[in-house]
Ligand binder design. Structure first.
Ligand code: DGY
Length: 315
């Protein structure tokens, strides 16, 4: 039996239904309802808003063989707890690279050009005609863009901003000679990257190492014209410090797609100026979401049929 914790699109649901009994929690499932739905599951399909911990794994029972996350990020899954039980964890790499990199670019441009404030002013009747002093931002041509994490998505984002004429600097676990050669990118330590960059985009996973990577000091270093973009995971950024930096003019603008306790968005951010806020839509293209759903199904089918899954995640 396969339990979809919340929802899986037909591209993944149909192949699963053809082979297995499938139960779905629905988008509004509560934790209590989920705990009642999962007993007897052989496969569990969570998404980034479903924490998979000892409690949920225990509730599934001993027959659980795979946790197939409906996302590439898997910080919602306690990998060690799965490993202790011999449960395979899989994710959906590759298929959402383009969608997420493009959204990061869109957020970079939207924040750099103050689009949310400009649109709000127009809608709320605060447009009195062309104003040379209003909503002035920065251009990407000739700007330096810092890419924190040069994995698949970071790398594609770097190509896109490079295509607009930006210089690229990056942080990564190790040098990426191909990116240096193809994009003229330079690897820097994070403080130096932030100090050098006009805009910084985060593409690193959420873990202990990246927790609050960007706080008050980093935002101040980015500066009054600087732009911060986060399409990775909320915990990388201290949201209160970000809202304060925007309010007191220490940071130019921000574009966020992710938050620490989704779907909660800190009130301070909702009120902050020059801040574009999106509801975790990085991978929300029809192509990417369908391919993610199909990837989930491929992983579940492989494991339940006794084969190696295409996308295992290591501890
Ligand atoms: C992922 O796959 O990790 C994305 O954040 C989902 O949109």
């Amino acid at each position: 039996m396969v339990v979809i914790a919340r929802m899986l699109l037909p591209a993944g649901l149909e192949p699963l239904r053809e082979r297995f009994e499938v139960r779905e929690g629905g988008l509004e499932v509560t934790r209590e309802e989920l705990l009642e739905l999962v007993p007897g599951a052989h496969a569990l399909v969570p998404d980034p808003s479903v924490p998979v911990d000892d409690q949920l794994l225990d509730a599934c029972g001993e027959g659980l063989r795979i946790v197939a996350n409906f996302a590439v990020g898997h910080d919602n899954v306690d990998l060690a707890a799965c490993e202790r039980r011999g449960i395979v964890v899989t994710n959906t790499p590759g298929v959402l690279t383009e969608a997420t990199a493009e959204l990061a670019l869109a957020l970079t441009l939207a924040a750099a050009r103050r689009m949310s404030d400009a649109e709000r002013d127009l809608r709320e009747g605060r447009w009195w005609g062309w104003d040379p002093s209003a909503h002035r931002g920065i251009e990407l041509r000739g700007a330096t863009v810092g890419v924190v994490g040069l994995g698949r998505i970071g790398r594609r984002y770097a190509e896109l901003v490079r295509g607009l004429g930006a210089e690229v600097v990056y942080t990564a676990r190790g040098p990426k000679p191909d990116a240096e050669e193809e994009l003229g990118a330079r690897m820097l330590e994070l403080p130096e990257l932030i100090e050098t960059a006009d805009a910084v985009s985060l593409h690193a996973p959420a873990n202990e190492e990246t927790h609050r990577l960007i706080g008050a000091a980093e935002l101040e270093l980015l500066g009054p014209q600087g732009v911060l973009v986060n399409t990775s995971r909320g915990p990388l950024v201290d949201a209160e410090a970000l809202a304060a930096a925007l309010r007191n003019g220490k940071l130019g603008a921000a574009g966020l797609d992710v938050y620490e306790n989704e779907p909660e968005v800190p009130a301070a951010l909702l009120d902050a100026p020059r801040c574009v806020l999106l509801p975790h839509i990085g991978s929300a293209t029809t192509t990417a979401r369908d391919r993610m759903a199909r990837t989930v199904a491929d992983n579940v089918i492989a494991v339940l049929e006794g084969k190696d899954p295409p996308n295992p995640v290591g501890v």
